[in-house]
Ligand binder design. Structure first.
Ligand code: S3P
Length: 434
């Protein structure tokens, strides 16, 4: 873990900015285009480490992928056209890459081994290995099939109707992708609706999908055909700037062409509940997903919130930055039912408790979340630490901007996994005062 950035307090953040394309959608775009037949052209591809890991892996599986700026040309190989990789596949820091890929590799007639960085090798994989094994794949891994490196011997898969114990888009997507290789219909039912990018992407490429409440099904042996489309801006990346504008005095920011998929935009609802006015303009039904321009200005007073249940699933990646807003709100906020945060790129519950405490916030860690006493001015106590997690790093940079004297954020290189342009965009915004 390396990199450190000294952040000074700021105010008067102003500007009209664009954030790179949605990381979740980009992974799916590369994967589905690679197993479709014919040419796909994808614009708005975000050049971050995680998405580049997905590209490198599909190149190693024999797919021709050309990158020019934010444009990708993929010559799809068809469902059965991937070839056995010569070496171990490396998903880097990307859980989405590893878990979704396991679904695709389970249906191949070859053997592959996939690994990742130190953080990814600690993250639980049984949640996908178990249902994929039930479909017939032969998978072995460390920790009794729970940890990467994982070896997969693809097999002729049988469809399943899977009742998932957790609401996870990665689990759902992995099984649906494997379902493409099974004869008949494969379905996944989850306890609450997770993000639906895979369903949308598969439908766009021509797969037959069915939705019934919390259950989604795909018909196997689908004929996927290459497409042209634009990936909308990443709302999770946009959230750091939206929160910066909300909490720094005299600020107003507009972020253009941001994806507002209903399963992703709940962060906007939470901000509104906290007293932030969120303005959507230019709302349009993009392909594959709806987009809008989002404007936020400074808000005071900020109200506390109690987040739990389904809401937590819909804001799972935005919780780090929302805890910064909660720290400045008038009263006690709680985030509960968020135990999944313990198995993200780092234990985010612990990382947030340690960092917010260093900023002088009274925060209590519980097993599945955090209780935050708002109303504090953020102090400079010590340096803040990302613990190698990109979203913790960016959230703490915004917190430091809102603190009295600024702070140094340690281990910031991990920002490159999702948003290498983050500091550049932050530094090119206009600021007054501060
Ligand atoms: C993602 C799903 C979520 C999210 C992750 C990206 C995806 O994880 O936290 O950053 O692209 O499918 P889970 O499915 O584990 O909740």
């Amino acid at each position: 873990m390396t990199g450190e950035i000294r952040i000074s307090p700021r105010e008067g953040l102003r500007g009209k900015i664009k954030v790179p394309g949605d990381k979740s959608i980009a992974h799916r775009a590369v994967m589905v285009a690679s197993i479709a037949t014919g040419r796909s052209e994808i614009i708005g591809f975000p050049e971050n480490e995680d998405c580049l890991s997905t590209i490198r892996i599909f190149q190693a599986l024999g797919v021709q992928i050309e990158i020019t700026g934010d444009r990708l040309i993929i010559n799809g190989k068809g469902l059965g056209g991937l070839s056995e990789p010569e070496n171990v596949l490396d998903a880097g820091n990307s859980g989405t890459t590893l878990r979704l890929l396991l679904g695709i590799l389970s249906g191949q007639d070859f053997c592959s081994i996939i690994t990742g960085d130190e953080s990814l090798r600690r993250r639980p994989m049984r949640r996908v290995v178990e249902p994929l094994s039930r479909m017939g794949a032969e998978i072995i891994g460390r920790g009794e099939e729970n940890l990467a490196p994982i070896a997969i011997k693809g097999k002729k898969l049988a469809p399943i109707n899977y009742l998932s114990p957790i609401a996870s888009a990665q689990v759902k997507s992995s099984i649906l992708l494997a379902g493409l290789y099974a004869e008949g219909e494969t379905s996944v039912e989850e306890p609450a609706k997770s993000r639906d990018h895979t369903e949308r992407m598969l439908r766009l490429f021509g797969a037959e999908m069915k939705n019934d409440g919390l259950k989604v099904a795909v018909k196997g042996r689908a004929k996927l055909v290459g497409r042209e489309f634009r990936i909308p801006g990443d709302i999770s990346s946009a959230s750091f700037f939206l929160v910066a504008a909300a909490i720094l005095p005299n600020s107003e920011i507009t972020i253009t062409e941001v994806g507002i998929n209903p399963t992703r935009k709940a962060v906007l609802d939470v901000l509104e509940e906290m007293g932030v006015k969120v303005n959507l303009t230019n709302v349009r039904e993009g392909i594959p997903e709806p987009v809008a321009d989002i404007t936020v200005r400074s808000a005071k007073p900020l109200k506390p919130v109690n987040l739990k249940g389904e809401m937590v699933i819909r804001i799972i990646d935005e919780i780090p930055i929302l805890t910064v807003v909660a720290s400045l709100a008038d009263g006690e906020s709680s985030i509960l039912g968020a135990g999944e945060l313990r198995v993200k790129e780092t234990d985010r519950i612990r990382a947030l408790r340690v960092n917010l405490t260093r900023l002088g916030v009274r925060v209590r860690e519980v097993s599945d979340g955090l209780i935050i006493q708002g109303g504090s001015h953020l102090q400079e106590r010590d340096s803040l630490d990302s613990y190698g997690d990109h979203r913790i790093a960016m959230a703490m940079i915004i917190a430091a901007m809102a603190s009295k004297k600024g702070a140094t954020v340690l281990n910031t290189d991990c920002i490159n996994t999702s948003f290498p342009q983050f500091m550049n965009i932050l530094n090119t915004c206009n600021y007054s005062g501060g």
